[in-house]
Design a binder for this molecule. Sequence first.
Ligand SMILES: Cc1cc2nc3c(=O)[nH]c(=O)nc-3n(C[C@H](O)[C@H](O)[C@H](O)COP(=O)(O)OP(=O)(O)OC[C@H]3O[C@@H](n4cnc5c(N)ncnc54)[C@H](O)[C@@H]3O)c2cc1C
Length: 120
Amino acid sequence: IKCDPATLRATFDRYQELAARGEDEDFGKPARFLHPIDGPKYAALRLHPCVTVSFGGLETDISARVLDNEGRPIPGLYAAGEVADTGMFGTEYPTCGTSIGGALFYGRIAGRMASGQSML
Ligand SMILES: Cc1cc2nc3c(=O)[nH]c(=O)nc-3n(C[C@H](O)[C@H](O)[C@H](O)COP(=O)(O)OP(=O)(O)OC[C@H]3O[C@@H](n4cnc5c(N)ncnc54)[C@H](O)[C@@H]3O)c2cc1C
């Protein structure tokens, strides 16, 4: 994987330490995913992570209206898709297709509402 062995060792040791403690104070990984690496043999592979979906953004209601901090709709402001994914998934992405589905579904509603039509 072309990384410095000493850095890999230090990263491994630190991870083991945090896993044993049950708290990832470096990256905030939830405790239930902190599994110690204690098997007999492992293989390493180089990954190129990318952001697939957002887990936050503007809060909207079922009519795609953007809500203010008190939960009241802001007149004339609608949102859908990635900018409005607060509350769609919680902390985990449930299954493939839900992002595009949500963007299309609420995008259509937002467009209809913004042009004065009924929601559906
Ligand atoms: C690698 C990858 C894989 C994915 N796989 C899946 C999958 O299998 N299933 C699934 O459901 N979802 C998947 N998603 C997520 C899904 O693609 C997105 O949730 C969805 O495309 C969001 O649509 P959107 O219209 O909200 O945002 P976007 O598709 O990001 O559209 C936003 C648009 O706004 C434009 N824009 C930005 N700033 C400005 C500006 N200032 N002025 C004008 N235009 C601007 C951008 O150019 C872009 O065209 C994947 C995402 C990625 C990155």
